[in-house]
Design a protein around this ligand. Structure first.
Ligand code: NAI
Ligand code: MG
Length: 501
């Protein structure tokens, strides 16, 4: 345990000066030479500069993707050949696993141990899973009511895809977007978040080694309001896939509507209920609930930020959560002993502190955290101690607005009906958890929750095979599994007349 020594490859990557973008199979700076800094959230210091794309650069990347889609070899490859590329990408990521984990930890702040065990490992698994799909995407033959007609459906790639991703799991979100789109036969322009552009750029270097045809994957770095907005409103982009805030999700839907009615899939915010019944294994439930909110510093769209606890065990579970919050070890991500890293930015730290103050004003009782750590080594980073609020009412702002930080609200309930009613009282619907030993209760709650994923006696596990996405204002569409292929496909109906000569 201790501070990780940076790999030589990571050191030379960071020292390489302003990082250009990967467009049309070449490394190019922004047309106007603009750059932006990527900061280390553990220290507030810049790690390196990256290109800051404007409209012209986005145009160039979209043109490259269009050319690759219309004239390049990619759409003409056999399914097995596309599959081989996906396996090759997974292998290449695996060969750079430690470097990617270090880059991710530096740029995002997350513990390097989590980056290794979760982000990088799951990214590899994602590419391997979708590597299996190209050869299994099949249409149907359909017994239509039109006489003497042979009819079938075809899945065809939707075309040029813009993919805008957030900073909480930068590499993994890139994998979630790229892998199914590649499997479906699309070409894409990926825009990582301005806070965390580095792992996507490192991934582009890896892709260079895999010899993907030029323009199939393009990576443009830049701000949301400029590069992201240009992609969302681009008339030659066939589809936008977005993960991020509900606020920007609305802007993207509007931009799609105002430009060319491009297809849109959105994975947005959440305020997920995690419901603990008195008959649950309380030890397991409390640990699961703590992990469900504090993992990744609470910067997770599925974070179980509203913990509902049956009255009889309310104090006990609250105390458990507070103990766990106080025990978690804060530190820089590169320290292997760290359990909780910094938040992503000064802005996010202020947002979290604003909600902590709001909770106190609304009359919630703070059981743990609510302040910054006192360790002088952490003074310049964006650190916040995990916070537990009890005596929260479900209509308080801290129980209704996405905080996206390590802040949990603990709310009491009387019975199953009240738990369901309160749990569903939110504008979001991404995920929910239920902890009980009673099978009937578990199934009843799972069926009643207005949420895209429900965990029973666990919280937060993700499976690439299972559809993932939100009800209500948590989004449009489902990623993962075959649903991920669907998102990047158009379905075509072919009707062939068999009558005549
Ligand atoms: P954001 O939604 O602004 O950023 C996500 C991505 O969208 C980034 O790549 C950004 O550059 C891009 N973007 C921003 N404005 C855009 C625009 N007008 N057009 C196109 N793309 C644009 O999220 P932000 O501001 O970093 O965080 C604010 C809040 O959003 C967080 O506190 C959290 O509540 C939520 N959020 C949710 C995430 C999730 O996984 N569902 C991830 C990140 C943030
Ligand atoms: Mg924003």
């Amino acid at each position: 345990m201790g501070e990780v020594t940076l790999s030589g490859r990571v050191q030379s990557f960071l020292a390489a000066g302003p990082q250009p973008m990967w467009i049309g199979g070449a490394w190019v700076p922004a047309a106007d030479g603009a750059v932006l800094p990527s900061l280390n959230p553990a220290t507030g210091e810049p790690l390196c500069q990256v290109a800051s794309a404007g409209t012209e650069d986005v145009d160039r990347a979209v043109r490259a993707a269009r050319l690759a889609f219309e004239d390049g070899p990619w759409p003409r490859l056999t399914a097995a050949q596309r599959s081989a590329y996906l396996y090759a990408i997974a292998d290449a990521i695996e060969a750079h696993a430690e470097e990617l984990a270090q880059v991710e930890s530096l740029d995002n702040g997350k513990p390097v141990t989590a980056a290794r065990q979760a982000d990088v490992r799951k990214s590899i698994a994602h590419f391997r899973y979708y590597a299996g799909w190209p050869t299994k995407i099949t249409g149907d033959t359909v017994p239509v009511s039109v006489p003497e007609t042979f009819a079938y459906t075809l899945f065809q790639p939707v075309g040029v895809c813009g993919q805008i991703i957030p900073w909480n799991y930068p590499l993994l979100m890139a994998a979630w977007k790229l892998a199914p789109a590649l499997a479906a036969g699309c070409t894409m322009v990926l825009k990582p978040a301005e806070q965390t552009p580095l792992s996507a750029l490192y991934l582009a270097r890896i892709l260079e080694g895999v010899d993907l045809p030029p323009g199939v994957i393009n990576v443009v770095t830049g701000y949301g309001e400029t590069a992201g907005a240009a992609l969302a409103s681009h008339p030659d982009v066939d589809k936008i896939a977005f993960t991020g805030s509900t606020e920007v999700g609305r802007l993207i839907l509007k931009a799609a509507g105002d430009s060319n009615l491009k297809r849109v899939s959105l994975e947005l915010g959440g305020k997920s209920p995690n419901i603990i019944f008195a008959d649950a294994d309380l030890e397991q439930a409390s640990l699961g609930a703590a992990d469900g909110i504090f993992y990744n510093m609470g910067q997770d769209c599925t974070a179980g930020s509203r913990v509902f606890v049956e009255r009889a065990v309310y104090d006990r579970v609250g105390a458990h959560l507070a103990d766990r919050a106080a025990a978690l070890r804060l530190g820089p991500g590169l320290d292997e002993a760290t359990e909780i890293g910094p938040l992503i930015s000064q802005e996010q730290l202020q947002r979290v502190e604003g909600y902590v103050a709001q909770g106190a004003r609304e009359g919630a009782r703070r059981l743990a955290g609510g302040d910054r750590p006192t360790d002088p080594g952490l003074r310049h980073g964006y650190f916040a101690r995990p916070t537990v609020f009890a005596d929260v009412r479900n209509d308080m702002r801290i129980a209704q607005e996405e905080i996206f930080g390590p802040v949990v609200t603990v709310i009491p309930f009387q019975d199953v009906d009240e738990a369901i009613r309160l749990g569903n009282q939110t504008r979001y619907g991404l995920a929910a958890g239920v902890w009980t030993r009673d099978l009937r209760k578990a199934h009843r709650v799972a069926a009643a929750m207005r949420a895209g994923t429900v965990w029973v006696n666990s919280y937060g596990s993700g499976a690439v095979e299972m559809p993932f996405g939100g009800f209500r204002e948590s989004g449009h569409g489902r990623e993962h599994g075959f649903e991920g292929i669907r998102l990047y496909s158009e379905v075509k109906s072919v009707l062939m007349n068999l009558a005549g000569e």
